[in-house]
Write a protein that binds this ligand. Structure first.
Ligand SMILES: *[C@@H]1O[C@H](CO)[C@@H](O)[C@H](O)[C@H]1NC(C)=O
Ligand SMILES: *[C@@H]1O[C@H](CO)[C@@H](O)[C@H](O)[C@H]1NC(C)=O
Ligand SMILES: *[C@@H]1O[C@H](CO)[C@@H](O)[C@H](O)[C@H]1NC(C)=O
Ligand SMILES: *[C@@H]1O[C@H](CO)[C@@H](O)[C@H](O)[C@H]1NC(C)=O
Ligand SMILES: *[C@@H]1O[C@H](CO)[C@@H](O)[C@H](O)[C@H]1NC(C)=O
Ligand SMILES: *[C@@H]1O[C@H](CO)[C@@H](O)[C@H](O)[C@H]1NC(C)=O
Ligand SMILES: *[C@@H]1O[C@H](CO)[C@@H](O)[C@H](O)[C@H]1NC(C)=O
Ligand SMILES: *[C@@H]1O[C@H](CO)[C@@H](O)[C@H](O)[C@H]1NC(C)=O
Ligand SMILES: *[C@@H]1O[C@H](CO)[C@@H](O)[C@H](O)[C@H]1NC(C)=O
Ligand SMILES: *[C@@H]1O[C@H](CO)[C@@H](O)[C@H](O)[C@H]1NC(C)=O
Ligand SMILES: *[C@@H]1O[C@H](CO)[C@@H](O)[C@H](O)[C@H]1NC(C)=O
Ligand SMILES: *[C@@H]1O[C@H](CO)[C@@H](O)[C@H](O)[C@H]1NC(C)=O
Length: 646
């Protein structure tokens, strides 16, 4: 045999051997059932998913997750592209798809009816995409345990046939635009542990059948348009750990049976409509760690919750609570907010201003300017007629106006004065994420090109409520300008564009903006909108409060993104020129010096006599300008500052 032929025979054998080996590997690892492969093709079409690689078997990779090419390396943080097979379900070397995670991939198709052809699928998670339409009826035949389709563009009613998927343990449709009532058939989901309906447009009363969901661990229905009272399901929900009913549309009172929920770890009920309630009895909830009962018209005394040793955040903000501030609150080392209540002033602790306990306006007695005690206690040295703050950002100058910096990281129950003449009271905790000090500041996610973009690149965020206050203002009428730009969402076809930020603004305790949505007002993301108001200052104090009333999305583009966002605040007395005093003074000083010099020369030359006095007062419109001109120390402060700024 010629040498060459021999060589090729050897290679052929080698190839055969390799082929054999390959087949063996494949047989060991199994392969995906043919009908499921074609189902996956249909699913990809329906979802709009283009990067599944059908040239390789979805189940053969070692870790049994289908390798797909990454679209780009800069994936969103919740990106997940995983398909999990089980090759041991049947003993025939055939694999089946059991779990699919396709999160944050910008999928813009529909919920795929063909999913029902994957007969062994247990888990489907399509969160954070841009899928439209409704839940297909085909899915009713599936034996799903885990169905998550949060943060998409889904709409229409919740279909009653969901109640047929009785294997469900987790059902999450949060952050879509589902409307209509919750179908009573959901009460058939006997194994359900987690029911999450928040941030939709659901209406009507909750169906009584939900009382049968006795295995529930988590129930969330915030930011909807339900009607009626909070239903009394709690007798049977004996395993509930997380209960969240914020801005749900439901009315109070909180049913007393809530005290039966001894396993609760997180309780959030806020912004209830209707009548007030007594403080519910929570004594038995020894595992409670986070409690938010803010904005509920709760009346009467606060019971002793000192026994709840794991409680680390408590928000009782904005109720009608009365009586003495309890000892357990004063002694607590956890974060507690009782701001905006009606406690007796005499029960206030000696130190009003410690971190971790927010007492801001916790008593509504007439002389309730407790805030002054947390400030520089000295009386106002001079009254100002304007204030400009670059909220969340550093000091910056726009035109001739200097916006003061506001970069304190704030915190969950923080009462803070930035400068002797202004500060803020912040409250709230970003739920469901590990909070970091940076959560209270927003940084732009896109390049900003609007006019005066430096006011908008960083902004102040609050998970519940933040009140900016200014003191030592000249009494009178003011123009208040609030600058906003939505810098955390962006208009790509992705879950980034599905965020709905909604909050309220109060100026001097009067509602100025209700259900304010920056994106709607500015007609897009990364666009500035300036809202102008008038405010009357009568006791030298001005307060501007931004309040999240539980509405909008909280998981878009990532969990924990919600709450008021403000970029800058500008406050100007109607009686002052609309520019910063100090710089005007600088100009005036120079001009006046020049005039004096000229006049001096002219006088020296004997040209004029008594005109100076008439020129002098010209241009002094505020007391401060005058003071600065006549007070050499203020003048030198001015010069130092200018130098420093340069
Ligand atoms: C699973 O396989 C894919 C593709 O081979 C790989 O990218 C991924 O890192 C693997 N995951 C684990 C947990 O091994
Ligand atoms: C995707 O989600 C699954 C289930 O939560 C998880 O096991 C897996 O680690 C995630 N993969 C990535 C890449 O995050
Ligand atoms: C599948 O079954 C085979 C043998 O039947 C076993 O060796 C293997 O560990 C099983 N794999 C899993 C993931 O259970
Ligand atoms: C979002 O859903 C609505 C209502 O179904 C639809 O009109 C709209 O086209 C969808 N948006 C996208 C980008 O698919
Ligand atoms: C919710 O429903 C109301 C009235 O039915 C409608 O005006 C509003 O646009 C809907 N909102 C969303 C987010 O679908
Ligand atoms: C709860 O389930 C039981 C048994 O399935 C049923 O008889 C009852 O009507 C259900 N309760 C409600 C309120 O639907
Ligand atoms: C709730 O319904 C009212 C009227 O029924 C409507 O004005 C409001 O926009 C709805 N809210 C939401 C969040 O859809
Ligand atoms: C509290 O949590 C622990 C686990 O951290 C659990 O063992 C215990 O049963 C819980 N107690 C209640 C009343 O739920
Ligand atoms: C609170 O602290 C004070 C002084 O440290 C102590 O006398 C009081 O017993 C404490 N009260 C409670 C309820 O712990
Ligand atoms: C606060 O309590 C006092 C009596 O303690 C009462 O006169 C006043 O009306 C209450 N204020 C509010 C807003 O409920
Ligand atoms: C404030 O404005 C109101 C009208 O808007 C006017 O009646 C009032 O006199 C003004 N007060 C001052 C101090 O200028
Ligand atoms: C508010 O003030 C800004 C800046 O001075 C101005 O551009 C805008 O037109 C004003 N808006 C209204 C509604 O008056």
């Amino acid at each position: 045999m010629p040498r060459q032929a021999q060589n090729s025979r050897i290679s052929l054998t080698l190839i055969n051997l390799l082929l054999l080996l390959c087949i063996e590997v494949k047989a060991q690892a199994g392969h995906l059932a043919d009908d499921e492969v074609s189902a996956l093709r249909e699913i990809a079409d329906q979802l709009g998913k283009r990067n599944w690689n059908f040239k390789v078997d979805p189940c053969t990779s070692n870790n049994q997750s289908w390798p797909t090419t990454q679209v780009n390396s800069n994936q969103p943080f919740n990106y997940n592209n995983t398909l999990i097979c089980d090759c041991n379900l049947t003993n025939d070397g055939v694999c089946h798809v059991v779990q699919i995670f396709l999160k944050a991939q910008g999928l813009a198709g529909i919920l795929p009816p063909a999913l029902a052809k994957l007969h062994h699928l247990k888990i489907i998670n399509l969160n954070d995409n841009y899928l439209s339409g409704n839940i297909p009826e085909e899915w009713a035949s599936m034996q799903l345990e885990h169905l998550s389709i949060s943060t998409n563009n889904l709409s229409g009613p919740i279909p009653p046939y969901l109640g047929k998927i009785t294997t469900l343990k987790i059902l999450s449709i949060e952050g879509n635009q589902f409307s209509g009532t919750v179908p009573p058939a959901l009460g058939n989901l006997f194994y359900l542990e987690s029911l999450i309906l928040s941030a939709n447009n659901l209406t009507g009363e909750l169906p009584a059948t939900l009382i049968n969901l006795t295995k529930l661990i988590e129930f969330r229905i915030s930011s909807n348009n339900f009607t009626g009272r909070i239903p009394d399901f709690f007798q049977t929900w004996k395993q509930l750990q997380k209960l969240e009913i914020q801005a749900s549309g439901l009315e109070g009172p909180i049913p007393p049976s809530i005290s039966a929920l001894s396993t609760l770890t997180e309780l959030r009920i806020s912004d209830l409509f209707g009548e007030g309630s007594k403080f519910p009895s929570l004594h038995g909830m020894t595992n409670m760690s986070r409690l938010d009962l803010s904005f509920n018209k709760l009346e009467g005394n606060v019971p002793d919750l000192g026994g709840l040793a794991r409680l680390d955040y408590t928000f009782l903000t904005s109720n009608l609570l009365t009586g003495n501030i309890p000892e357990w609150i004063k002694n607590s080392t956890s974060n507690i907010d009782i701001s905006y209540n009606n406690f007796s002033k005499s029960s206030a602790p000696a130190s009003l201003c410690r971190d971790g306990l927010n007492l801001f306006k916790s008593s509504s007695s007439k002389d309730d300017l407790e805030l002054l005690e947390c400030l520089d206690e000295s009386p106002c040295s001079q009254d100002l007629s304007s204030l400009h703050i670059n909220c969340g950002g550093k000091e910056t100058t726009v035109g001739r106006i200097k916006y003061e910096g506001d970069e304190d990281p704030a915190g969950p129950t923080k009462y803070f004065h930035v400068k002797p003449n202004w500060g803020f009271s912040n409250t709230g905790h970003f739920w469901d994420i590990d909070n970091t000090p940076n959560d209270y500041l927003a940084n732009n996610v896109s390049v900003l090109t609007m006019e005066n973009f430096q006011l908008y690149t960083r902004a102040r965020l609050s998970p519940l409520s933040i009140t900016y206050y200014a003191r030592c203002l000249v009494n009178g009428n003011y123009t208040v300008k609030l600058h906003f730009a939505e810098i955390l969402f962006k208009s790509t076809i992705s879950s980034y564009s599905l965020g709905r930020r909604i909050f309220d603004v109060y100026i001097q305790e009067k509602l100025a903006l209700k259900d304010f949505n920056i994106e709607n007002e500015a007609q897009g993301f990364d666009k500035a909108i300036i809202k102008n108001f008038t405010a009357v200052v009568t006791n030298k104090v001005l307060m501007i409060r931004f309040h999240w009333a539980g509405k909008g999305t909280t998981t878009t583009p990532n969990r924990g993104i919600y709450g008021p966002l403000v970029s800058a605040i500008s406050v100007e007395s109607d009686r002052s020129p609309p520019v910063d005093g100090k710089i005007v003074v600088g100009v005036i000083v120079s001009v006046l010096l020049l005039i004096f010099m000229i006049l001096g020369i002219l006088w020296w030359k004997g040209c004029i006599g008594g005109r100076i006095s008439r020129e002098k007062g010209h241009g002094f419109t505020t007391k401060r300008e005058f003071d600065e001109l006549v007070d050499p120390e203020l003048g030198s402060e001015f010069i130092k500052k200018r130098h420093y700024n340069d």
